[in-house]
Design a protein. Structure first.
Lengths: 292, 292
DNA sequence: GTTCCGCATGAATCGATAG
DNA sequence: ACTATCGATTCATGCGGAA
């Protein structure tokens, strides 16, 4: 079976309209947080945030299959000494749209941003909100079982050669890859707390989103040949992981720099070109690509 | 200085009225969670939960000192496959009362309740919501410093003398250039993710509240001779810890069984008896005690 | 070839200073 | 007053060059 990778350049509130109803198995995304990354993205203000996001989530609800899942990575910032409430308000509004708020996973960031303040400690966690269209959805729990006990620590260390793998089992939730190496070992199901460090590799792009995060959810909520969507693609971590895991993928990105970078990354195997659907919006950049 | 332990039997919405304004330094409590079954202990239905709690939080706002802190341990239940929203609604309503929602700590329960469901994993975390009356509050961060991460052990043990005087002038954060800053540093400040196991083998009651939890917050937010309040005392974990840490404490409990148990626990040193303030509500049980 | 060490780099937050 | 910018603070991690 042929795998597809579709890339779109543009605002996802518009580009999502090109995607058919009920066609996506998993949405994993990390939208720009409020007032964050102003230098790269425009920076959505805290006041506008819910209103800005709701049209997106409405489209996402449309394109997701009834058996599919939406994972939203987000965290509220501090304003004048208080945690903002826009994430809670967003959840409440999304439920009115028809989303079910199924679960909240915690991403424990082991290497969180440093700093010291008189009234708070470092923020070491983010929300991974799970939304669904239906109470019944696909979940392949066996795909993310983790080894039990301390032996995993040594076991995982020895794999560092073959693949970039971290010693994640230390903290309990264990989260590495290479499940095949655990064959024959006792495994247990993980919990809703995920321990991972952010990737701060000084190579090209700094992906605040570690690869293991989309990988874990892709394993948990999809099978091969399913379709994964990231409407805020950024540097394409989710798309890259999905492709490697033999899932079809769709990425949307508003910034040409990121879009171009991801497109270049997949260039060697690219041979199919889609025409832009909205002609008056074409730019000097190719607006969308399908890679097979 | 003499330490005091005040115990009240009754509904905290009523008993709290006996406590003076601005007299408490720290409130740590774990109220009965919302439940579908009303018959259970303190059983409050999900629908009623916010309305039931708001009169309590209003009284707590009154008795707390402006420099004090309120730590609320809570987690929403799953109902018909969805996480309930009453905790979010409660936060929004408490802000309307005048509370500041300063921070949300995560309690990672390392040994969470076992079980398996087709649509979710085990729940391994709870919220520890921090509320304050004022942006300025007492926080004794040095009291809860933790051992430095393992990475430092290997990296710091073999630093030469020349390394220690390396300049870190350049620009930017200036950290990392001078690793020798960390020589002799054994502890760092913690984050807002707290890793604790639940206490499983309690004698009588399963106090899901491990002693370390109130202990950590008492260390962080109070000094000796300060006053700690738990309006849902239960089996008295918070009170016991506060007493051991030389803090004055106030405990309120609605169930005579629990109240009596805690009272018995402190009986050997009990010599002061307070008269009930509300006579028509007296029961066969002694309604309040002050222990010095 | 291993192990060791220098270094850059973070979805941060506060308070002071500047326009 | 009210907003925008800037410096100071802090610590875990991976990479790459050195021992």
């Amino acid at each position: 079976m042929e795998l597809k990778t579709d890339l779109y350049l543009g605002d996802c509130r518009i580009e999502l309209k090109r995607i058919p109803d009920n066609s996506v198995d998993l949405i994993v995304t990390s939208p720009p947080y409020a007032d964050q990354r102003k230098s790269t993205y425009g920076g959505v203000s805290v006041k506008e945030y819910v209103g800005w996001f709701l049209p997106v989530s409405k489209e996402l609800l449309r394109v997701l299959k009834p058996t599919g899942t939406f994972i939203l990575n987000i965290k509220e910032k501090v304003i004048e000494g208080e945690r903002s409430t826009y994430v809670m308000e967003l959840i409440l509004e999304m439920r009115k749209q028809g989303w079910l708020w199924t679960e909240e996973f915690i991403w424990h960031k082991k290497n969180c941003f440093p700093g010291k303040w008189s009234n708070r400690f470092r923020d070491a966690w983010e929300r991974l909100l799970q939304f669904n269209k239906d109470k019944k959805f696909n979940m392949y729990q066996d795909a993310v079982k983790v080894p039990i006990g301390d032996w995993a620590k040594d076991r995982l260390k020895n794999l560092s050669e073959t693949d970039k793998i971290r010693d994640n089992a230390k903290n309990g939730s264990g989260f590495g890859k290479n499940v095949s190496n655990w064959l024959g070992k006792a495994t247990v199901y993980p919990t809703n707390v995920i321990h991972l460090a952010t990737e701060c590799n000084n190579k090209n792009h700094s992906a605040a989103f570690p690869r293991e995060l989309p990988e874990w959810f892709i394993r948990l909520f999809t099978q091969e040949n399913d379709t994964v969507l990231d409407p805020f693609m950024g540097s394409g971590t989710t798309i890259e992981v999905a492709k490697r895991m033999k899932r079809n993928s769709i990425g949307i990105e508003i910034l040409p720099e990121y879009y171009d970078e991801v497109r270049r990354q997949f260039a060697p195997i690219e041979y199919y070109l889609m025409e832009p659907a909205i002609e008056y919006e074409t730019t000097e950049y190719q607006r969308s690509y399908a890679i097979r």
